[in-house]
Design a protein. Sequence first.
Length: 398
Amino acid sequence: MLRFLLALVFFSGLSLQAQKDRFLKEIFDSVRVVTVTYSDVYQDAAHKADIYTPAKDTAGKRPLLIYVHGGSFIAGDKGSADCVDFCTRFAKMGYTAVSVNYRLGTLMQFMQSKDYQMQTVMRSLADIKAAIRFFVADAKGNNIYRTDPARIFLGGYSAGAVAALHTAYIDSLSELTASEQQLLKSSIGTLEGDAGNAGHSFNIKALFSLAGALHKPEWVSPGEEPVWLAHSRDDGTVSYNCAPGLGLPNVLELCGTGKLMPALRSKNVLYDSMILEKEGHGWPSGGNGNADFRGALDKITLFFYPMVAPKATQVSEISGMQQGIRISPNPASTGTILRISTQHTILFVRLYQPDGKMILEQKCSSPKNEVSFTIPQLPPGIYWMETESGCAKLVIER
């Protein structure tokens, strides 16, 4: 009997630890993958999705994470290495992760017409929305895939990231010019699209973009979805700044992370970024075989964690323990009194914007291991706290 009780305590401890690590670590050994047609209008390969779920998971609801493949809107597939590795990783951490196909353009037409390019992007927008509505409808019904409509995340690589950003940040017809509205009408009808599953509204919790861009940074508005961005400055396919897609003058202009960050800051939209220097465009394409891809997944994990974890979880234990610095509470809000502690003495505390500009410095009258710091009036976003021990990330929420 004693042996049984000891075993019960041991396995209960494992279960509690696994739940604490959920959404942070791969707590499941394997995943199940099923392929479905997500549209109730189109029954073709362009409207199929691979659904990755953690094997032996007992959770009734899981965050839904949609991954959109790249391929310049004329190629690519949901089974690419980056799609498989990304979805496997997040399913093992406790998400329902989904890799989707979407309608692609034909090479000859795509290269000959900017209007056709815009229509192709709009068709991808319609398909992504239909895919999300598929899971919202399921959650309202049999809940086969056990998704939580309150926790929907979206992103992708290259064209997939472009499609995801446009899906989230084109909010109304008024943002489009008259000619763009006409292109939308002729391609997908309305902003809800033509790919079906009508009548199931949703909100996206947050986004991620691997080498993605928007056609127009001004489509970022106040109150938009938080976004995590990764880009290499020397990307010649999807520019870090603004340039024609694929580096070709006959392709629509795309504005990447370097131009999106100022737009996000100016509209007080929460974001974080990973900027590379000389990795070009293809670094995510090999999936786990690329160290930067693995690093990006680590950072996306931490960016999404405060949005999926139970409120009681101390985020500071996860994202604020860099270089031995502890910040509590984290996330915080304007006016909050932070407690900053280190294993070493503190002589100063500095607060920085994401671009490295110092906002405020507080000097200590005498060396201490713990100090208090009041957050000034600031827009929501990712900031940095610095002491002699190094830097730690601080999330300021609304």
